[in-house]
Design a protein around this ligand. Structure first.
Ligand code: F6R
Length: 234
């Protein structure tokens, strides 16, 4: 894996931005996108640039089940807020968490990925090594699927909702199999609480216990980290 260590999140994000910019110069068509705090600086770089995404397609990793897209906790909302409202793409796909049949929506999403092969997939990483909503133990070959959120995730999300019963119990996520089909993967990780996950991902055994360790099996991954996230690498 190509691990690049930077003095801070801003510098790492700028370097990741430059990889995307160069790839756009080479005619890539589809970007895979993530939510969360890790890509926010990169999205700011994208929105403040003169790059034109209006001929490109974007495909997001995941969404909660049952949240209205206007709910400020939904990933649709996040993407509009941070990127799409400022830099529209020709078309942007985010998994449909409001579908009546989530299993069917997951199959449809894999069809979308099939029709729009992802040139570069952006990923963040959880402290336990999750990517997308693929928690430890998720089979490596799975496509897009419905995920039952763990009680600890539900508890952690509760602070964002007025009523405990409004906290989503399920999500829909690209699977590890879908992620691995991307031609290139950019993983972003910042801060000390990502250091163990980065060490296990880069230097540990490839195991379903650490979902991101599967990236060792992909031949075009760049890991952009700050010094804190890199601090446990040997
Ligand atoms: C987001 C996603 C998650 C996050 C991960 C890291 O779409 O799929 O896997 O990338 O939880 O989150 P942050 O960046 O907030 O630390």
């Amino acid at each position: 894996m190509d691990v690049r260590v930077f003095d801070g999140k801003a510098a790492a994000s700028k370097a990741a931005f430059n990889v995307i910019k160069d790839a756009m110069g080479n005619g890539i068509q589809t970007l895979g996108l993530a939510t969360g705090s890790s890509p926010v600086d990169l999205y700011n770089d994208m929105t403040s640039s003169d790059l034109d995404f209006s001929k490109m397609t974007s495909v997001n990793l995941d969404e909660y089940v049952g949240l209205d897209t206007k709910n400020d906790q939904s990933y649709h909302y996040f993407m509009n807020e941070h990127l799409f409202s400022k830099k529209p793409f020709k078309q942007s796909f985010v998994p449909d968490g409001q579908a009546a049949d989530i299993e069917q929506a997951a199959k449809d999403y894999d069809q979308i990925i099939e029709e729009h092969p992802i040139d570069i997939q952006l990923l963040g990483i959880g402290r336990n090594g999750h990517i997308g909503f693929n928690e430890p133990g998720t089979p490596f070959d799975e496509g897009t699927h419905k995920v039952t959120l763990t009680q600890s995730t539900i508890d952690a999300n509760a602070r964002f909702f007025e009523h405990e019963e409004d906290v989503p119990r399920y999500a829909i996520s690209m699977g590890i199999g879908s992620i691995m089909k991307s031609k290139q993967i950019i993983l972003l990780a910042f801060g000390e609480d990502k250091a163990d996950a980065i060490k296990a991902t880069v230097e540990g055994p490839v195991t379903e216990d650490v979902p991101a360790s599967v990236l060792q099996n992909h031949d075009n991954v760049i890991v952009f980290v700050d010094e804190a996230a890199a601090s446990k690498l040997s």
